[in-house]
Write a protein that binds this ligand. Sequence first.
Ligand SMILES: *[C@@H]1O[C@H](CO)[C@@H](O)[C@H](O)[C@H]1NC(C)=O
Ligand SMILES: *[C@@H]1O[C@H](CO)[C@@H](O)[C@H](O)[C@H]1NC(C)=O
Length: 303
Amino acid sequence: MVAPGVPIAGLLLLLQYGCSVVAVELATGNPFPVVQEYQSVELSCIIKSTNTNDPRIEWKKIRNDETSYVYFENTIQGDLRNRAQVQSKSSLVILNTSRTDTGMYRCEVAAMDDDKKIAEISISLTVQVKPVAPKCSVPKAVPVGKSAALHCQESEGYPGSSYTWIRNGDPLPADSKSNPKFINSSFTADPKTGTLLFSAVTKGDMGSYYCIASNAAGSATCEEQVLEVYDLNVGGIVGGILVVVLVLALITAGICCAYRKGYFAGGTKSSGQNYKNPAKSEGVNYMRTGDEGDFRHKSSFVI
Ligand SMILES: *[C@@H]1O[C@H](CO)[C@@H](O)[C@H](O)[C@H]1NC(C)=O
Ligand SMILES: *[C@@H]1O[C@H](CO)[C@@H](O)[C@H](O)[C@H]1NC(C)=O
C-alpha cells in the first residue's frame, strides 16, 4: 500500500518501451553527418522492423530550441522545400546544403495500427563553411623597442577559423621563444583571436606580413602588408631640434637686418599700391554695370 503508483508506472513504461521496439525499430547510418556548404548530405533513417506496411514518417528540425516541420504529410516543408527529398522511404537527403541547415533533425516513424506506436531517432547535422578573406591590420611603422599589435579576423567560417601569421614567407609560431629561428624577436600569436603581439619590436621584425584563416572546410588569406621598424634616436632628435632652432634664429636675424635697412618699408608700400589699384577700378566697374540709373535714363528717353 506504500506508494503503489511508482512501481506500476515503471512497469507501464517498460511495457510501452518493449512494445514500441516490436512495433517500429529505427537505425541510422550516421548520427553526426558533417558536410561542406552547397554539397549534398543524407540524413539516414532506416526502418529495421515494423508491423505495418504504411507507417507515418515525419522529419522535424530542432534549432535554438525551436522545432519546425521538415517533412510532414509526405511533403517537404519550409526552407528545404526545393532542396531536399525523401529517399529509401524514410531518409532525408538535402541536395544543396546551406549554413542555416546546421542543427538537430528528428526522424519520427509511427506504425499506423491501433496502438500508434512511435519510434524516433535524432541526427545532428553540421554544415561547414569556408572562411572568407580575413581583415588584417598591420601598423605601417613602429619605433624599435615599442610594442605593436597585428590583427586578423574573419567571421564567416564554420567551425570558427584559426589564424596563422606569415612573415617574409615564414609561418610564425604561437610563441617566439618556442623556435630558435625567432630568438631575436619577442611575440605571441594567438591562433584563436588572430592577434600577433610584439612586446618590443626589433629591426629584425621589419618585413612583409599576411595572415591565413583556416578551418576544416578551407582557408583564406589577406593581402601582404609591410611593417617598418625605425630607430627612435635620441641624439638625432636633439640634433634635429638644434638645427631647427639655429635656422629660425638666422631667419629672425635676417628679417631684423632687412627692416633696419628699410627694404621692407619700400616693399610694402609698392605692393600695397599695386594691390589697391585694381581693387578700386573693379569697384568702379561694378558700380557702372550695376547702375540702374543708366537704364532708367534710357527708358525715360524711350517713353
Ligand atoms: C546552391 O544554393 C546556392 C544558394 O544558396 C546557389 O547559389 C547555388 O547555385 C546552388 N547550387 C546548386 C548546385 O543548385
Ligand atoms: C640575432 O641577433 C644576433 C646579433 O644581432 C645575430 O648575430 C643573429 O644572427 C640573429 N639571429 C637570427 C636568427 O636572426
